[in-house]
Every structure is written in C-alpha cells, then in structure tokens.
Design a protein around this ligand. Sequence first.
Ligand SMILES: NC(=O)C1=CN([C@@H]2O[C@H](COP(=O)(O)OP(=O)(O)OC[C@H]3O[C@@H](n4cnc5c(N)ncnc54)[C@H](O)[C@@H]3O)[C@@H](O)[C@H]2O)C=CC1
Ligand SMILES: CC(C)CC(=O)C(=O)O
Ligand SMILES: [Mg+2]
Length: 361
Amino acid sequence: MELHITCIPGDGIGPEIIAEAKKVLEKTASVYGHKIIFEDILMGGASIDVHGVPLTEEAVAKAKAADAVLMGSIGGDTTTSPWYKLPPNLRPEAGLLAIRKALNLFANLRPAVLYDELAGACPLKEEISKAGFDMMIMRELTGGLYFGERKTFEENGVMKAVDTLTYDENEIRRIAIKGFDIAMKRRKKVTSVDKANVLDSSRLWRKVVEEVAKDYPEVKLEHMLVDNCAMQLVKDPAQFDVILTENMFGDILSDEASMVTGSIGMLASASLNDSKFGLYEPSHGSAPDIAGKDIANPIATVLSAAMMLRYSFDLDREADAIERAVKQVLTDGYRTGDIYSQGCEKVGCSKMGDLLAERIR
Ligand SMILES: NC(=O)C1=CN([C@@H]2O[C@H](COP(=O)(O)OP(=O)(O)OC[C@H]3O[C@@H](n4cnc5c(N)ncnc54)[C@H](O)[C@@H]3O)[C@@H](O)[C@H]2O)C=CC1
Ligand SMILES: CC(C)CC(=O)C(=O)O
Ligand SMILES: [Mg+2]
C-alpha cells in the first residue's frame, strides 16, 4: 500500500519527536511491504518565521491532499518567545486551531493507559498503580471556548476581556455518537463530563448526550461534574472507560490523565473528522524547556503514528506491531528521562526511536 502522509514537525521538540516517529513508520513499512511518501509542511512558529503567519493556505491544501497528517507540536515559551508579542491571531496556536477547523477534526481521541512496566513512574498510591487503568478521553475539538468570539477592550477606563463558550446541539450530538460508538468497542461505559450545575452550554450538552444514549442501551452512561472528575482521575482512574467531554475540559483533563500514566510524553492522540481522515499528534506541547537536547520522549508521537495506521489506513497488524514495540522497549528496561526509574537504562529521544524501530516485527 502507498501511504501519503503530510508531516508537521512544528516547533520546540516537534522536529525531534517527528524524526523518531518517521523512523518507526519507515521500519514498519519495510517489514510489512508498504511505501510511505512523507511531505513536510510548516505550522506554528516555524511558519511565522518563514511566512509571517502560523498557517498558510498552501499548507492547508497539502494537508487536505494527504491520506493523513502526522504532527509534532507547535508553540514556544509563552513568556519569552517573540512569537507571543504578535497579535493573538498570528501566534503559533492560531495555526493549530485553524487547521483543526479547516479539516473539521471535531473528535479528539486521547487514550490514557498505564503500562505495567511504568507503574513505578505513576505518581499515585501503589494500590492504584498496581490495579492499572485504560481509559479513552473523547474530547470535542472544534467548538467551545477555543473557537468562540473573544475580545479585549476598555470600558470606563477598566480593561476587560471576554471569551465565549458556545455549542449547538449538532456539534454535541456528533461527538457524543463517536463517544458511544467507541464505548461499544470497549467496556461499554461513558462518563460524560460537564459543569451542568453552572453552565448553560453544559446543560445542553447533558440533554443531547442523554438523547444519544437512548440509541445505545448496552452502554452505561453516567454524568460527572468536571471538578469532581479532576479529583476522581487521581483517586480512582480505573473507574473510567470513555470520558466524553467538551474542548477545554478535555484539554485540561487529558493532561492530568497523562501524568497518571507516568508522563505526558506517553499520551498519544488522534483528531478525526467524519471520514477516515485524521491528524495525529501527541497530547503534549512543544516543551521549549527541553527542546534541542535529545531528551524528549518520542513514545506519544510514535503511538499517535500507530493510531494513524489503525484509524486512517485500517492497518491493524502494523499498528499492533508498533504498540508491541513500545511495550517491548519498556519491558527491556529502556526509559527516557521523564519516565525513568531506578534500575532502568536512561536513553535519549533518538536512541529511543532506534530501539523502537529495531523491535518492529
Ligand atoms: N498540540 C500542540 O502543539 C500543543 C502546543 N502547546 C504549546 O506548547 C508550548 C509549551 O507549553 P507547555 O505548557 O510548557 O506544555 P508542554 O506540554 O509543552 O510541556 C509541559 C511539561 O511537560 C514536559 N514534556 C512535554 N512533552 C514531553 C515529552 N515528549 N517528553 C518529555 N517531557 C515532555 C515539558 O518538558 C514540560 O516540562 C506552548 O507554546 C503551548 O501553547 C501546548 C499544548 C499542545
Ligand atoms: C494550543 C492548544 C489549543 C492545544 C492544546 O493544548 C491541546 O490540544 O492539547
Ligand atoms: Mg493541551
């Protein structure tokens, strides 16, 4: 099979982790008899530096023309990088939001799984880490606060800023359907997370989710307020199967869930539209504090590449091979610094990519 993949290395550690994901994909393609054609595009700060904008129309066209997109991460240090002196619509993150919207990537799947081998890197009590957990965070990605109208203005000599959180019932229904569909393939439980005790948008969310649930009688639905969910994630993560939630709550909760897997460097993600098309990216950002040092963990990006093979290309065997290689490398005792524990061998980003590629079979 010929796979046309557009890559967005991006900023910070982005180019480093994308190089390792490409290495693992190339090895997978050679073992399983496929040909991959990569084309890189600029986005975020890298695009600002060259084109003056975080995303060009040409880059969007190239992403649309591919079978799938694999992304590293974008952005810089938000307190020191000159990119953050630009107007908000010209900053790196505007490029990411724009491509999600342009490709209609409304469903963001973020699997948070604790590997047995990483129980020692999990910051929770031993009895919780020993029991393990395996949840899928289904985050709405093209609506809500990140896409609502916003402005900063002065009123009666006082500075004010407004952000708006809007959802319509169709946006909620389509992500809820994705959440219930995925629950049917898992342990058949959906925890819908909202703030319905305060927000109108959450009350509509809850109503529409209840309606969708009627078509899935086998799936157990529960509602949970987001503040409680943040607490339950560290108290008893094993209770969750599918967490279904809106854009900002999912953004925050998935970073929290990532840390209980050992590190944010382990959390993959797939951003999907209604067809087989997707953009695959780790859940973390560009980690400017460790960029250029060859110490970033590439596993979240490598696992995102596995999700790409599974969801966009139906290459389950190949995706399984990558997931097995990740497990094997951990069993063999290799760790990047973020997941290191005593007795293991500490390796850099590029070495971790080599070790993963060697284990593809
Ligand atoms: N999808 C994307 O491209 C995202 C971009 N960002 C952007 O990234 C920039 C930095 O944001 P932060 O809040 O610092 O979040 P971050 O996720 O980049 O980093 C948070 C912490 O996790 C560590 N970390 C992240 N990924 C790692 C990896 N693969 N291996 C080892 N350690 C890792 C970093 O070193 C840092 O200490 C900002 O400009 C932000 O807007 C943030 C989140 C997502
Ligand atoms: C720049 C943000 C909108 C991206 C983010 O934090 C995420 O998608 O996790
Ligand atoms: Mg985030």
